[in-house]
Design a binder for this molecule. Structure first.
Ligand code: FNR
Length: 375
């Protein structure tokens, strides 16, 4: 806890202070195309807004006069320790935001002792990311290719490179209606900014014997969205890897139940940061019913709109085992590379530790719904 108190009076105003200010800084630096791609949501951005709004529907009901001189925010997932219940969400194409790409982000995650989830569409390959931060806990997010062998190959490469879980994202059967990107005529996919994992894949190389820009682009666009993927397909992945499989993009309790029945190892309650189905329920609002259905069978994670220590606390109180943050750390990357990501993480940590202490809890497992009151 030293960290929290030694910062009293520290001049930190030269840096952005989490969330909104990092977003402004990133906007100053990035061209309209990449910034719009990062910030915007689908449709009228109703879900994007509701992801934030949902957090203000709860207030914390703190307890006092408890010994909070030692606050321990750590948790364990799949036997791996993390220093707080926060992870870096899979965000593709980081090369469009900073020349350090995902390497800056994974090193910041390693330094902070929190897991990094690498996207399928990273700008550095999954092997390069792993080698840059061997000490980091890393998970690999899989976009299921239409070609099953390619799907299996990526999962196997991730396992070999030391990733500790496969996160299958299931809310992107088709790309959402991203109006800002259409207005800007912008897609990092078309620019091949997320092609590294494909170009380096032996199955992909067989599929696309001539790795010209045009052929690669065409093959990726052909493979990345898979509208006829169904539950049964997940069983195929189960046979390909021994790693835990995490299903990301669940909002309905019945889908959560189905995932567990198929032997999946965790769930991420997520609407893809409001970038896919607009008007989909806010993640935080979907969380309680899913927690109730899952009933402790597997870990339940959530993402969407987490911006502060209080937000993390509220998600944990509603039953999440951990949250993921997406845009905030990428704003940090855009504005300051690895150092920017570290700053975002450490400010969030400070705020989270203080939220624990001032709410009267000293460790994560003691946080429950009794610390919240709905407005
Ligand atoms: C994403 N997200 C995402 N998810 C995923 O499974 N694979 C991916 O490649 C990406 N790529 C991606 C790019 C960008 C620019 C953003 C903003 C998001 C979704 C991400 O993992 C996460 O679900 C949301 O970002 C969480 O919401 P917040 O924290 O951004 O509000």
């Amino acid at each position: 806890m030293g960290n929290v108190f030694t910062r009293i009076g520290e001049k930190i105003s030269d840096y952005p202070l989490f969330a909104a200010e990092w977003e402004e800084r990133a906007q100053e630096i990035l061209p309209a195309g990449p910034f719009g791609f990062l910030q915007s949501g689908a449709g009228d951005e109703l879900t994007l807004g509701q992801n934030r709004e949902a957090f203000s529907e709860y207030d914390i009901l703190p307890r006092v006069l408890r010994d909070v001189s030692n606050v321990d925010t750590s948790i364990k997932l799949f036997g791996q320790e993390q220093s707080m219940p926060v992870m870096l969400a899979p965000v593709g194409f980081q090369g469009i935001f900073h020349s350090q790409m995902e390497i800056g982000s994974v090193k910041a995650a390693a330094a902070a002792g929190i897991p990094f989830v690498a996207s399928t569409v990273t700008s550095a390959s999954l092997e390069e990311i792993a080698m840059a931060a061997p000490e980091a806990v890393k998970w690999f997010q899989l976009y299921w290719s239409k070609n099953r062998d390619l799907t299996a190959s990526m999962a196997k490469r991730a396992e070999k490179a030391g990733y500790k879980a496969i996160v299958v994202t299931v809310d992107t059967g088709l790309l959402g209606w991203r109006k800002r990107d259409y207005r800007n005529g912008y897609s990092p996919l078309k620019l091949l900014k997320g092609a590294a994992n494909y170009i380096n894949d032996p199955v992909f190389q067989e599929l696309v014997p001539e790795l010209t820009e045009e052929h690669v682009r065409e093959a990726i666009l052909e493979n990345i969205h898979h509208p006829n993927l169904t539950w049964d397909d997940l069983l195929f992945l189960r046979e390909q890897t021994r790693l835990p499989i995490v299903v990301k993009g669940i909002l309905h309790p019945t889908d959560a139940k189905q995932a567990i029945e198929l032997g999946m190892d965790a769930i991420v309650v997520s609407n893809h940061g409001g970038r896919q189905l607009d008007s989909a329920i806010a993640s935080l609002r979907a969380l309680p019913a899913i927690v109730k259905t899952v009933n402790g069978a597997v870990p339940v994670l959530m993402d969407g709109g987490v911006r502060s220590g209080a937000d993390v606390f509220k998600a944990i109180a509603l039953g999440a085992d951990s949250v993921l943050i997406g845009r905030p750390y990428v704003y940090g990357l855009a504005a300051g590379g690895q150092a920017g990501v570290s700053r975002v993480i450490e400010d969030l940590r400070t705020e989270l530790q203080l939220t624990y202490a001032l709410s009267g809890v000293s460790c994560t497992k003691n946080i429950d719904a009794a610390y919240l009151i709905k407005r």
